[in-house]
Design a protein. Structure first.
Length: 281
């Protein structure tokens, strides 16, 4: 009888869980990301061949954004990595350690869409999940450069010198938000640092990417981008630039689906009933 009561209690508990919202790993990760997770890189030679640890990559970006009159926007972004950073985001690693900028380069192409609204001169941007792509590339000759900007936020950057570049990772936007406020005291007359943004994308390494980002294994499945916005007018097509940092994280371990939990509870009830029947026999 005590085993049957225990099984009934567990089943009730699982049934209660089944009525809760479905677990969303991306939403949980966005709520509490760990921005400075360490990773290990084996650099592309020939000068630097020793692996090193870092927890962030910094760089500058150029972005073409088109703001539509219906409150939507499209962006196309080119990011060029400048430095790896370690020591919990506090220590910039030089090229003698990483080889970045001398032996090889890193750049990314990113696209996304979303909505925007302006209130009292301040504009808020919200990225929509699954509306674009992310590609991270190794520039083996340190010779890749932008040859042409897209004509709108839904276009693509023209690049020259990509013949020996290698795709390291791909991804897709999951969430993101930006805020632009020309009235900020940090904006100043030159329009520098007038807002900030943050976005989250999925991240999947290619075979070449696994040879470059060697630890942890498996590698992080999320990429976090954060940076500042220089001033611009959120109307029509705009050229936007600023700095952008990249860090990595992992999707939390998935929990059993509520329906599966309820089935487990019913299974325990069945075990209790079977044992009781055996005792009565």
């Amino acid at each position: 009888m005590s085993k049957t009561i225990l099984a009934c209690s567990l089943a009730a508990l699982f049934a209660a869980n089944a009525s809760a919202d479905t677990f969303n790993p991306f939403a949980d990760a966005a709520a509490s990301p760990a921005p400075f997770n360490q990773f290990t890189v084996t650099p592309y030679g020939p000068t630097v061949t020793r692996s090193f640890n870092a927890d962030k990559i910094t760089g500058n970006y150029t972005e073409i954004a088109t703001f539509n009159t219906n409150g939507t926007f499209n962006v196309s972004l080119y990011w060029n990595a400048g430095q790896f950073v370690g020591n919990n985001g506090n220590t910039a690693l030089n090229a003698r350690t990483t080889g970045l900028g001398t032996d090889y380069g890193l750049y990314a192409l990113y696209s996304a869409s979303g909505t925007y609204s302006t209130n009292n001169g301040a504009t808020t941007f919200n990225f929509l999940p699954g509306t674009g792509t992310l590609g991270l590339y190794l520039d083996r000759g340190v010779d890749t450069e932008v040859s042409a900007n897209p004509t709108s936020g839904s276009g693509q950057f023209g690049l020259a010198g990509t013949g020996n570049d290698i795709l390291l990772a791909t991804g897709s936007p999951l969430s993101g938000e930006g805020n632009l406020n020309p009235n900020l005291s940090t904006c100043g007359p030159n329009g520098i640092n007038c807002g900030s943004f943050g976005s989250q994308t999925s991240l999947t390494l290619t075979a070449a990417g696994k040879d470059f980002f060697i630890a942890p294994n498996p590698f992080y499945s999320l990429s976090f981008q954060s940076g500042h916005l220089n001033n611009f007018t959120p109307s029509g097509t705009q050229l936007i630039n600023g700095s952008l940092d990249v860090a990595f994280d992992a999707v939390p371990n998935p929990v059993p689906e509520p329906a599966s939990l309820a089935l487990v509870g019913l299974g325990l009830l069945g075990v209790g009933a079977a044992r009781r029947r055996r005792k009565q026999a």
